[in-house]
Design a protein around this ligand. Structure first.
Ligand code: NAD
Length: 481
């Protein structure tokens, strides 16, 4: 059994769970500890005890730890990418790319540790200067989803440690392998015992224990909107309106294709945004909002392109669409396909689960495209989180913008157009945290702030130097001489 890491020790748990390969359900990746609430509390206690030491560490010590972690991740990217593809089901090139991103994130935040910002302001009174500095927040609980098993933990853990906080990390149940490998690297990187703790286990047990403890100063959560709401309520119950939490949640991201779009660019944006990583991305383009002058040509070209995608074992060369992560997600995807058909949407491609590929039993699903849909349908309002997208036909750019913005989510949005004027108009008026012009809705660089608005996100941006806003608290000091 792969154990939890608490107070600098590898700790047994009373229970364990098997990590299953979604490309071949006969393949057990490993057995991983499932912590009790008591172990989560022990991890919080360890992080609280370690805080004074790590918060007082020098920028060079922090740099050395994070840089070493980044270097090892990058050096082992093929092996870690293989593990990630095996447990999550994204294709090997996507998985290796994600590991690369995790390594780059640790390197970036190693640099951030050496660049603690500060400002010196003149006072309006003589003989006085004003210093603005930032300090660690304290113990941070980090709760992550299964769809980016190493990159999302990296973009939370690296800035938390870079800014002098201590960490209790709970990964998603479906993907403990990448999280454990990352923890193992961190365990050898020179951190004081207790500064970083791993508690694998169930959301309802470990996750909840990480929210309600008075020693936890901040919670960074990425996951679904319903869970995010529960996390927010638990934090507020415990800490009142002063609770410090950050939520990154779901999306129903529109990709708008206008009459003057370059057809090849639009089709590539749709295929990449809606179907790569098996559509299991919060930034996936699940609503393709297409104006009527290009609609039929776009649908025909997209259907032809979908026919060329290869569904298969995530680790087989040539696979372009890996399996869905697990049985529950596959059941959710196929339930929404039935809902779409019941709502009168028409299948232009796919729609079928596939029980076996090349003799391997797995959670495979054809890339699925609905046409003849409207924005009021449940398939266009609720996050499905699989390789399923809908085309919504609109009259013109004005209606496209209205439909794109008519959603409770606001993470990412894209527009395909060759008009500078229309590009500028959509960039300005799309109600999303991230806007992509002639580029897929998914795929933000590791040093660029990431986040949305409306039901998709709450709190400061993640990634890049902007991460400091959540992981530090400001101090203003007056010095009279
Ligand atoms: P989820 O909400 O089911 O679980 C997320 C995490 O929360 C897991 O670690 C889970 O164990 C934990 N959890 C569950 N119940 C909890 C509780 N009551 N208290 C505390 N923790 C609890 O999400 P998921 O299925 O793992 O991930 C998919 C979702 O994540 C999608 O909605 C997707 O859009 C979203 N996502 C968002 C972003 C973003 O940055 N906006 C990025 C990736 C994924």
């Amino acid at each position: 059994m792969k154990r939890n890491f608490i107070a600098g020790e590898w700790v047994e748990a009373g229970a364990a769970a098997d990590n299953i390969n979604p490309s071949d359900t006969r393949d057990v990746v490993g057995s991983y500890a499932s912590a009790s609430a008591g172990q989560a509390e022990a991890a919080i206690a360890a992080a609280a005890a370690a805080l004074p030491k790590w918060a007082a560490s020098t920028p060079q010590q922090r740099f050395d730890v994070l840089d070493a972690v980044g270097s090892e991740i990058l050096a082992r990217k093929a092996e870690l990418g293989d593990l990630l593809a095996r447990e999550e089901g994204k294709t090997l090139p996507e998985a290796v790319g994600e590991v690369l991103r995790a390594g780059q994130i640790f390197k970036f935040h190693a640099g951030e540790a050496l660049r603690p910002g500060g400002e010196l302001l003149p006072s309006t009174r003589p003989g006085i200067t004003v210093e603005l500095t930032r300090e660690p927040v304290g113990v941070v609980s980090i709760i992550t989803p299964w769809n980016f098993p190493i990159a999302i933990p990296a973009w939370k853990i690296a800035p938390a440690l870079a800014h002098g906080n201590t960490v209790v990390f709970k990964p998603a149940e479906a993907v403990p392998g990448s999280a454990w490998a990352l923890a193992e690297i961190l365990s050898r990187a020179g951190l004081p015992a207790g500064s970083f703790n791993l508690v694998m286990g169930r959301g309802r047990v470990v996750g909840e224990a990480l929210l309600g403890d008075p020693r936890v100063a901040a919670v960074s959560f990425t996951g679904s909107e319903p869970t995010g709401r529960q996390v927010a309520q638990a934090c507020i119950r415990r800490h009142g309106p002063m609770a410090r939490f950050q939520l990154e949640m779901g999306g129903k991201n529109p990709l708008v294709v206008l009459d003057d779009a370059d057809l090849a660019v639009a089709v590539e944006c749709a295929v990449n945004g809606a179907y790569y990583s098996t559509g299991q991305r919060c930034t996936a383009s699940s609503r393709l909002v297409v104006s009527e002058g290009i609609h039929d040509r776009f649908v025909a070209a997209l259907v032809e392109r979908l026919g060329a995608l290869v569904v298969g074992d995530a680790r087989d060369a040539g696979t372009t669409i890996g399996p869905v992560v697990d049985a529950a997600q596959l059941a959710q995807d196929t339930r929404y396909i039935d809902i779409g058909l019941g709502e009168g949407a028409r299948l232009a491609f796919g729609g079928q689960a596939i029980e076996q590929m090349a003799g391997k039993p797995g959670f495979y699903l054809q890339p699925t495209l609905f046409v003849d849909t409207h924005n009021g349908m449940r398939i266009n309002r609720e996050e499905i989180f699989g390789p399923v997208a809908s085309v919504i036909r609109v009259r013109d750019a004005e209606e496209a913008l209205a439909v794109a913005n008519d959603t409770g989510f606001g993470l990412s949005a894209g527009v395909c157009t060759t008009s500078l004027k229309l590009a500028a108009h959509f960039k300005r008026h799309l109600q999303a945290g991230m806007v992509m012009v002639n580029a897929p809705t998914a795929g933000v660089d590791p040093h660029v702030p990431f986040g949305g608005r409306k039901g998709s996100s709450f709190g400061p941006r993640e990634q890049g130097r902007h991460a400091a806003e959540f992981y530090t608290t400001g101090k203003t000091a007056y010095v009279a001489t």
